[in-house]
Design a protein around this ligand. Structure first.
Ligand code: IVH
Length: 666
């Protein structure tokens, strides 16, 4: 293929891909299977790779992201991005409507139409197109000035990189980026509990500001447009502009309506108060806008919001139900959380039968008793809350909520930490709930990402004591797994394979996966850079750790306390024996593969290398370092004065090399 043929084929493929993209995401009428679609995209990527000069920013191949942004550049909006004045009262909507009519009458303008739209619960952005091509995507920021997040914006499939039918000059489109409920649930399920987002809006706001655009692409966001500026005819009404947006390839949600009088507005609000729960995304109200764009300037704006529009917000949804019981859950760090068990009730589009009560103070604050009638509410949060007790309806058989004195899982007397409101189970090592929590955290996506290790399986493994800590996972045998419930031979093999693959996860992830209190992903990264191996971490003092950027004394103490525990030491031993990455090798380039897949143990002193240098040499050649000998150890390098480890290696028949032989192998 020469460059001319390539350019032609690229143009064809791009057109075809964008067409199918639109059919899939906007029209929801896909004509290709995912597989066929991916094949087309792959063809495009392949040709573009051969002819890199032909790659352009509007190519659908650019949607997968990849660019890393250190800091987003600030940009000034063409026109300020105002927000809307909000109201929860239908009376105020009427006042707004009458005021608008009066103001327009003063200008000699007669009856006007309004457009009623849904208020999408996401994050507002502005898109700038030049001659039909997307050139900039920015956040709202303070309304005058936002951040240029174009690289992240390009990954959103419902944002056209090129306007359908083209458009001359500069066109600005504004709208809302959001996460569909389904995509949000999936994202949250893949995250450990403490990293979950409270609602799709928070998840979206976080994703738009990520530095790694490939990760943004994975977050699956959507876009709905509600503003268009830059048409040659400025007198086109808002309603018609929404049509134009559709023609340009955007989604508008299509749930807007022209309202001629107040009655129409009220009807729209009433209809959508229930219907909105059927939508695949979240909405929190209705926006009313003057249809005649040219008249908007006559009305002007206050400092923050225009006089030609208003947002009516639906009140938070509430329901009344009965509190059957309060149960107590034990988290992976031992904290006890009271959970309300409720008579199932419909609320905001789903059935609610449980709700967290956060802590014991909350129960006291609410004055909650078992069998009480309670009001639950779902507002911006996905998880409903108990907000009050209906005291007038308190039945005579109410029972107090008894704070447990012992762990509901293992029976150990509960304790209280100084700085915390709640109680916790101090039986860290053996409490099955804490073990289950640690194993699930270890296996979660951002941790070791062991996909086939789900909740039901972890429950079983811990219940029959096959797994007492995460190290035990790596010593599971196929026959043991096969005999478990719902676990045939195939699933057993899948799990073993997934576990095997997870051995290659880097040290930074491993540190995070251990689930040390206060060690999130960012802290794990800092720690792994400052202490490049678990051995180094064990030797670090509290003072040294506190000196690491972003690590304060609380985190430092937590880490020191963790590594000093005998259970942690034996866990590290197991993980080392299992061949996990107990040190950093992220930046190591493979020099050769002479140690590929081998676990190597050093014992005694070498003449020409320090232990660290020798270890590096092995890692650079594909090997892994372990600290104790077992039958599975691949190789032992014995220096001077090698002692018991050498004896053991010889006894187990592990291959032993001298320093010279080791050098030969390098
Ligand atoms: S119009 C001046 N239309 O609500 C008019 N906004 O408080 C500006 N929003 O920042 C926006 N759905 O994030 C408009 N159909 C809709 C909307 C909408 C959601 C958000 C948007 C804006 C905020 C205004």
């Amino acid at each position: 293929m020469d460059i001319i043929q390539a350019a032609e084929r690229i143009a064809e493929l791009r057109k075809e891909i964008e067409c199918h993209n639109h059919l899939y995401y906007i029209d929801a009428k896909p004509e290709l299977s995912d597989y066929e679609f991916d094949k087309l995209l792959q063809q495009l990527v392949d040709i573009e790779r051969q002819f890199p000069d032909l790659v352009t920013p509007e190519s659908p191949s650019q949607r997968v992201g990849g660019a890393i942004t250190k800091e987003f550049v600030s940009v000034i909006h063409r026109e300020p991005m105002l927000s809307l004045s909000n109201t929860y009262s239908l009376g105020e909507v009427e006042e707004f409507y009458n005021r608008l009519k009066k103001l327009l009458a003063l200008e000699g303008v007669g009856e006007q139409e309004m457009v009623a739209e849904l208020k999408f619960d996401g994050v507002a952005i502005s898109l700038l197109y030049r001659d039909g091509l997307l050139v900039r995507g920015a956040t709202r920021g303070d309304g005058m000035q936002g951040d240029d997040i174009t690289v992240n914006i390009r990954t959103i499939p419902t944002i056209p990189l090129k306007l359908r039918g083209g458009a001359d000059g500069e066109v600005e489109v504004r709208g809302e980026v959001f996460m569909r409920k389904e995509d949000f649930d999936q994202l949250n399920e893949s995250r450990p509990e403490e990293d979950r987002f409270a609602n799709p809006r928070n998840a979206t706001a976080g994703a738009l500001k990520l530095q790694d655009s490939a990760e943004v692409a994975r977050r699956k966001m959507s876009f709905i447009a509600y503003y268009l500026k830059g048409l040659s005819d400025e007198s086109i009404t808002h309603f018609t502009r929404l049509d134009y947006l559709e023609k340009f390839g955007f989604s508008t949600g299509r749930h807007y309506r022209l309202c001629r009088e107040l009655k129409d507005i009220n009807e729209f609000i009433a209809e959508w108060s229930e219907q909105r729960w059927m939508l695949p995304y979240e909405t929190d109200g209705v926006v009313l806008k003057l249809n005649a764009v040219t008249l908007r300037d006559k009305l002007g704006a206050t400092a923050k919001s225009p006089r030609w529009a208003i947002a009516y917000k639906y009140p938070a949804q509430q329901a009344q139900t009965v509190l059957h019981d309060v149960i107590f859950q034990v988290g992976r760090l031992g904290s006890i959380t009271p959970v309300a068990e409720l008579e199932p009730v419909q609320l905001a589009g789903s059935t609610v039968s449980r709700s967290t009560l956060h802590n014991f103070d909350e129960i006291e604050r609410l004055g909650l008793m078992i069998h009480d009638r309670v009001i639950i509410e779902k507002s911006g949060e996905v998880i409903p809350k108990v907000i009050s007790v209906v005291l007038e309806a308190r039945p005579s058989d109410v029972l107090p909520v008894v704070v447990p004195s012992h762990c509901p899982e293992c029976g150990t007397p509960l304790a209280k930490r100084e700085s915390e409101v709640g109680y916790h189970c101090p039986n860290e090592e053996e409490c099955p709930a804490q073990i289950r929590g640690r194993v699930l955290h270890f296996a979660s996506r951002n941790a070791m990402d062991i996909k086939s290790l789900g909740k039901a399986l972890v429950d079983q493994l811990v219940a029959i004591k096959l797994v007492k800590d995460v190290g035990d996972l790596y010593f599971l045998q196929e026959p043991q797994l096969e005999s478990l419930e719902r676990m045939g031979r195939k699933s057993a093999q899948n799990l073993l394979r997934a576990l095997d693959e997870s051995r290659a996860q880097n040290y930074e992830r491993l540190l995070y996966s251990l689930g040390i209190r206060h060690v999130g992903r960012a802290t794990a990264r800092q720690l792994s850079q400052a202490c490049p191996s678990l051995d180094a971490l064990i030797l670090a003092t509290e003072e040294q750790l506190s000196n690491i950027a972003d690590i304060g004394p609380v985190v430092a103490r937590s880490v020191i306390g963790y590594v000093a525990k005998p259970s942690a030491q034996s866990l590290f031993q197991k993980l080392g024996d299992a061949g996990l990455q107990l040190g950093t090798s992220a930046s190591t380039v493979l020099i050769n593969s002479n140690f590929e897949g081998l676990t190597v143990l050093f014992t005694g002193a070498l003449d020409r290398y320090t232990r660290n240098q020798a270890s590096e040499l092995v890692i650079e050649r594909g090997g892994r370092i372990v600290e104790s000998v077992s039958k599975k150890t691949g190789l032992v390098v014995a220096g001077h004065d090698a002692g018991s480890k050498l004896d053991k290696a010889l006894k187990l028949g592990v291959k032993v090399l001298s320093e010279g032989e080791f050098e030969g192998m390098l």
